[in-house]
Design a protein around this ligand. Sequence first.
Ligand code: SF4
Length: 312
Amino acid sequence: MSGAKHDDPRALLASYLTQLAEAGEKDICLSSETVALVRGAASSQSGESGAAQTHERPRASQAPDVSQGTSVPLNRAVERPRETEAPQRLSVGEKAALLPELEPIEVKLALGPATADPDMFVEASHLGSCTCLDEIERISLACEKCELAGTRINVVFGAGDENADLMFVGEAPGANEDREGIPFIGRAGALLDKIIEAAGFRRENVYISNILKCRPPNNRTPLSSEIAACVPLLAKQIEIIAPRIICTLGLPATQTLLGVKGSMGSLRGKVYAQGNLKVIPTYHPAAALRDPKYKRPMWEDFLRIRKEYDKL
Ligand code: SF4
């Protein structure tokens, strides 16, 4: 090795590592920059003098040469990512906080008697005296206000924390829910549970219900007459629970609560407000199961829910 090479810090480092390897050092951890530096020096050494070609290499089985073709017998040199190279993982709250603020759109929720079927007033007045969810549930279990009473197995009233700040409102029970009497327990329910937890909530700390408490045959879309007959139960649930945020799942729930028409694509991605109550629509998890393209916007809506919840 010439004197000039000894003045080159890269060549000195390569020489030092070579000595370590020959001394039997098994593990040498280097940053990616150092490995690149050493490879450069090693190539340079090899090309200039050929001295390395006369150097006895460790056997491959003992010492894999990561310098890939250079004469520097680095013994299992490992590229160790620098701390600053480690990917920064943001918590869901931090991701939510990065979302831009949205000015809530003032609405009047379509749950009052003004939008309801005249028959509903009678039911609503009975409901008016209820002061807890158990009383409303008793009324719903005996309800025959629409023809779904004749085909249901169970009334699926709702489940969760009666004092929840966050409430989910879906469309109607499916086959599993009808059989068990519990909302969102099928595949769509499993997906909803996953997203709820990914957004940093726990199912037992939120409240989950539907606009219809009985299953429409073959999971068909609820009829407007069925919604009109059933919505007083939901209105009373909301009054008792008094959530600060309602997430509507799917178009029927979104249109029913907001009292508007429009596609899910045009209604989601926004925050609606009536006083202290905010409504954040998103796709029904069953839609995301049918077509995964809905999962991303759904997740964005859940981040929005997280953001609004963290501001409470
Ligand atoms: S869907 Fe609602 S209104 Fe119809 S029977 Fe069931 S509880 Fe009553």
